[in-house]
Each structure stands twice: as structure tokens, then as C-alpha cells.
Design a protein around this ligand. Structure first.
Ligand code: SF4
Length: 212
């Protein structure tokens, strides 16, 4: 099969809308604070596992104050299934304390505040901003990184940050939030790292992986 020269973003958008019209964040949360904690905990851990652990954590500690006053050991025990449990437990408690000391009950739409939280880096900050505030940012996780390469939306040498800039430019005429969740769903379910389901994929005519 011949590769088509350029993949029009509208083709991607149409296909993703057909596949995942209601794609949404895989992390469960009831408020912004819980999302911040979930995003921090999801570093090097699967979202499903984070959801299981969060259900226990937020059942035991039902307020920011309760978490701020928790013991590292108690929180660490709950977080054990996620790995890096001690560091993450310290981060959870420190984040709760930061909200308390800043007199915040809601997550502010403030990237500097988010970046000041332990365990929240550039990607995590953008995940929070796009989810809570519909920000026009396109955080690149492992799925977005792989899919964007296969579809020729970034080059091989691009790191996640450069890839994000390219995706933001490529999709500049669209709202990113739904598209971002759709691309992650596509990476999880069809354009998988191992055994992608190319036989059913409608983008194969544009795909580096399929055509190589
Ligand atoms: S053809 Fe296969 S590798 Fe390429 S985008 Fe589709 S699922 Fe992914």
C-alpha cells in the first residue's frame, strides 16, 4: 500500500469521534484535589490500579485536612500496590499541606501553583489543566507518544515536550480535551504497543508502522 502524503487532522478527528465519541479521563475523581493526587500517583503506575488505591485512600481520609495530618507510614501502606510508595506517600501529605497553607479548597487554574506541588511535573501539570480547565495543551503520555509517531505527527527524535508542541500546532483548529482522551483510548485499545490491531484501523494508509 502507498503511504498518503499528508494526514489531514480532520480525518483523525472524524475517526476518533466515530470510535470514542465520549472518551474521558481514565482516572476517577470527585473533585480537583482528588484529581491532582491521582495524577501524581499515576506516575509509573496503571490508571486502573491508581483508581483502586484512591478509593481506599479517600475513603479513609475524607478531607484535605485529614490527609494533611496523616502519617507517612499509614499512607504508604495504602499506596504500596503502586510502587514508589514512600515517596508518593510523602507527596500526598505535602500536597494536602500545601493546599491547607495556601487556604485553597479548589484547584486554582495556575500552572505555577501546580508546578510547586511535589510530584507534579510539566506533563502532570498539563494533564490537570486540560482536565479541570479545558486548557489548550496536549500532554504526551506513552500512548500519545506512540500513536503520534505512527501517524507521522512527530519525528523519531522528538522528545515528549517537542511532540506536544507539534501536536498542539497540528490540532490547532480543534478543542484538545476530547481529542486527547480519544488518542489515549486509541493507543490503549487499537494502536497498542504490542500487537496493534492494524487490520481494523482506518488510518493504516497513513501509518509508518503499518507501511514499513
Ligand atoms: S495501522 Fe496499526 S500501528 Fe498504524 S495507527 Fe493503525 S493500529 Fe496503529
Amino acid at each position: 500500500m502507498m503511504i498518503k502524503t499528508k494526514l489531514n487532522p480532520q480525518i483523525v478527528v472524524n475517526y476518533f469521534n466515530e470510535l470514542y465519541p465520549k472518551a474521558k479521563c481514565a482516572l476517577n475523581y470527585e473533585n480537583g484535589f482528588q484529581l491532582v493526587i491521582a495524577v501524581m500517583l499515576s506516575a509509573q503506575a496503571k490508571d486502573g490500579r491508581v483508581n483502586q488505591v484512591d478509593a481506599i485512600l479517600f475513603d479513609k481520609y475524607q478531607s484535605i485536612v485529614a490527609l494533611a495530618n496523616a502519617s507517612v507510614e499509614d499512607v504508604r501502606t495504602i499506596l504500596k500496590p503502586l510502587g514508589l510508595a514512600k515517596r508518593k506517600a510523602k507527596n500526598v501529605i505535602a500536597i494536602a499541606n500545601k493546599f491547607l497553607s495556601s487556604n485553597l479548597k479548589e484547584v486554582p487554574n495556575d500552572e505555577n501553583f501546580l508546578l510547586s506541588l511535589p510530584g507534579i511535573g510539566l506533563k502532570a501539570k498539563n494533564v490537570i489543566l486540560i482536565e479541570l480547565f479545558d486548557a489548550q495543551v496536549f500532554p504526551v503520555d506513552t500512548h500519545v507518544y506512540r500513536v503520534s509517531y505512527n501517524l507521522g505527527l512527530r519525528s523519531k527524535k522528538d522528545d515528549p515536550y517537542k511532540s506536544e508542541l507539534k501536536l498542539e500546532k497540528y490540532f490547532k483548529d480543534y478543542r484538545y480535551k476530547l481529542l486527547h482522551h480519544q488518542m489515549i483510548s486509541f493507543g490503549r485499545n487499537i494502536c497498542k504497543a504490542i500487537s496493534p490491531r492494524c487490520e481494523i484501523c482506518k488510518l493504516k494508509a497513513y501509518c509508518r508502522h503499518f507501511l514499513k
